[in-house]
Structure formats: C-alpha cells, structure tokens
Design a protein. Structure first.
Length: 400
C-alpha cells in the first residue's frame, strides 16, 4: 500500500537523545545520562494506600470517563500550591508536562512561526514544537539564563519565548531574581508571551528559587508543571496554568488528543497529596539529590584535575553541565565511555541552532555515590585517552 504521509510527518523525527542512549542499554553500565528520578524517592506505600482508598470510596467514578479539564479537587490543589493567585478554572491537568508542550505547539505555532528558546534548551520541547514547523531561534544565554538585550533584539514577531528558569534541563542553571525581573518586564514591553516550564522547581537544595515568571505577569505566561519529579514519572501527570483568554483553545486541543488524563491516576494523586504529604516527602528528595550532587562535584574536581574541564554546581534539580577541552566531540566520546561502562548525554542536540560539540549533560540523581565515583573516574580516563589521540592526530597533520 502506498501510504501518503502528511508534510508534518517529516518533522516527527526520532528523539536524538533516545537514539544516542540506545548504546547505553547493556548490563553493567553506570548511566549518568537519562533524566530519570531516583526510584528511591517513589512513595510506593502511599500510592498503594491511595489506590485502595480511591477504589473503595468511589471506584466506579474513578474508572469512568471524566472532565477534560481534570479532577476538580486536584485542580484546586494545584492552584493552592502555586505562589500567586490562581483560579482553579485556569488549571488544565495534562498527561505529563510533555503534553502541555504539545498543546502549546498546536495552539500557538504556525509553519514558519518564530519561537525563541534558550541556548541550550530542553530537547523534548524542540521535539514537541517540531511537527508544527516553527522557526526556532536561540537567544544568547549565560549562567543566569537568557540575556535580556538579545531577547529584546529577537522578540519582534515571535509567537513566544520558551524558558526553564529553575535548574534548567540540560544545564542545571537557575535564573536570578534580577534576571527574572528584567526578562518579565522586557517580555511585557515587547508583548512577547512566555511559556514557563518548571518541572524541577521544588528540587532546590539550600534555598527556594525566586518567584516564577508567571507570578509577575500572569496574563502573559503559560506555566507548565509536573508531578513526575516529586511523586513518580510513571504517573504521566502534569498540569498547565493559562490565562483565561487562551485556556479554552488549549482545552480544545487536549480534547482532540485524549479526551482527558486518566481520572484514576488523578484521584490517586489527589488522595496522596492531602494532609500535606508533599511538604513531608519532597524534603527527603532534596536531601538525597543534594548529597549526590555534592558527590559528583567532588569526583569531577578530583578526577578532572589538569584536563581543562569546566562544570557548574547547580543549586537544585537533576543535572550538571560540563564543557570539555577544544577539539573534543562528546558524540564521538560517548561510545568510548560506554566501553568503560559509563554513559552521559552529549550536549549538542540541546541547541536549536549549531550546538557546542564539547558539551555534555550529567545526571547525578539515579546513580549512587559509589557509582558516581566509579563513573567519573572512568569518564576522566576516557577523556585522557581521547586527548592523547587528538594530540597524535594534530601532530600527524602538522607533519603532512
């Protein structure tokens, strides 16, 4: 049969990240690659209790079709936990925050639409936007987030700017209070909507991050959140908060996709969240991840000494960003590291424009402290061997 594909199907390419990570699927690999929360943080007993409670109290409703907007008590709980005045009618429960990105793309992007993103940015967002055929434009960024002057220079005719202010994926950086104030003011002055993605905001280590951008200009921001990092990713449960002017179209886009997010899952999460469970549970995640972050920084400081490797110290989240010496390509380095039983994520795919081949992302939350020490030592040895190889190639080129 000669199936004729829609033009947009050509934009539905495999995730570069997931294709790269196929090489890590062998026994014995210590993966510092995937953005997977630690299974140690999953509140299994709390969900077992909630499952029994939901089925006992209202099992028929929990297994029936439900409202597309989401379970009303859960929408209220989301509104209550956000640090600005949110009407529950502005909350849309989504099947993971990734679905929120898909809905935003369908509602706001036409073929050729300019969409502004950080440098680098979340690969999953680029993938979600891609089928709508935008023109993604990178905004210059530093350790504090997007640079306001470049944002203003590129704002004209942009549909929106996509930002992750807290413990960004992939870099782990956090936008400062001063930068948030400036970005919010500049976007409002330019009539530039913001899509604010905040899956990691509760995973701070020593102090909470500044107020979200949405709290500063609620009418100019679509805010995305997730339960994946504070409860469990297998729930596939997220949410968005949208201005009332755009909410109906996002809702209609969701209705066309899945009618509603599984109501049984929503009811379970609502049950688990009651009585302040997250206030007790999330600090245990922060403590675990902080210890693993510290272990990775210590290992990098020790093992990479003299190798001209730059890396940051994120204040929360799940990721650390590193840049290797000039001439190293981390896509080429990855299979060599895998041979030493360690995996990471090359950084280049996270760029909307030309990527920096020397960069890589390391996740510190899934591996144990002992595994982190072993993995970073193996990565350092892989890098040493690569630098020797590059030096030999340069010497050979000079002799030709």
């Amino acid at each position: 049969m000669n199936w004729k594909l829609a033009a947009r199907a050509a934009k539905m390419n495999p995730s570069v990240l997931r294709e790269i990570l196929k090489v890590t699927e062998r026994p014995g690999i210590i993966s510092l690659a995937g953005g997977l929360p630690s299974p140690k943080t999953f509140p299994i007993q709390a969900f077992a209790d909630a499952c029994a409670e939901v089925l006992h109290n209202d099992g028929a409703a929990a297994l029936q079709y439900a409202a597309s907007e989401g379970y009303a008590p859960l929408r209220q709980a989301v509104a209550d936990m956000l640090p600005w005045n949110v009407d529950p009618s502005q909350v849309l429960i989504t099947t993971g925050s990734q679905q929120g990105l898909d809905l935003v793309a369908k509602v706001l992007i036409d073929p050729g639409s300019k969409v502004l993103v950080e440098t680098p940015t979340y690969l999953g967002a680029l993938q979600a936007f891609g089928p709508m055929e935008p023109n993604p434009v990178s905004v210059a960024s530093d350790e504090d987030g997007v640079i306001v002057e470049d944002l203003v220079a590129k704002a004209k005719d942009a549909r929106f700017v996509y930002l992750l202010p807290n413990f960004q994926n992939p870099t782990g950086r956090t936008m400062t209070e001063e930068r948030r104030a400036a970005v919010s003011a500049a976007a409002a002055a330019a009539n530039l909507p913001i899509v604010e993605d905040n899956p990691y905001g509760e995973l701070w280590f020593d102090e909470a991050p500044p107020l979200p951008l949405a709290a500063r200009n609620p009418e100019g921001v679509i805010y995305l959140g997730s339960f994946s990092k504070v409860l469990a990713p297998g729930l596939r449960l997220g949410f968005l908060v949208a201005p009332k002017s755009i909410y109906p179209k996002l809702l209609q886009a969701k209705q066309a996709v899945d009618l509603h997010t599984p109501i049984f899952t929503q009811r379970m999460v609502s049950s688990v969240m009651k009585d302040g469970f997250l206030d007790r549970h999330v600090p245990t995640i922060r403590a675990l991840y902080k210890g693993q972050r510290d272990a990775m920084i210590a290992a990098l400081t020790r093992e990479m000494k003299g190798l001209d490797v730059q890396f940051n110290a994120p204040k929360g989240g799940m990721f650390l960003w590193a840049r290797l010496p000039e001439g190293v390509d981390t896509v080429t380095l990855l299979p060599k590291a895998v041979e030493r039983n360690v995996a990471f994520v090359p950084g280049a795919p996270f760029y909307a424009g030309e990527g920096d081949p020397r960069t890589l992302r390391l996740s510190f939350v899934t591996a144990s402290v002992e595994q982190i020490d072993i993995a970073i030592a193996a990565l350092a040895q892989t890098l040493r061997e690569e630098l020797v190889l590059l030096g030999d190639k340069q010497l050979a080129a000079a002799q030709i």
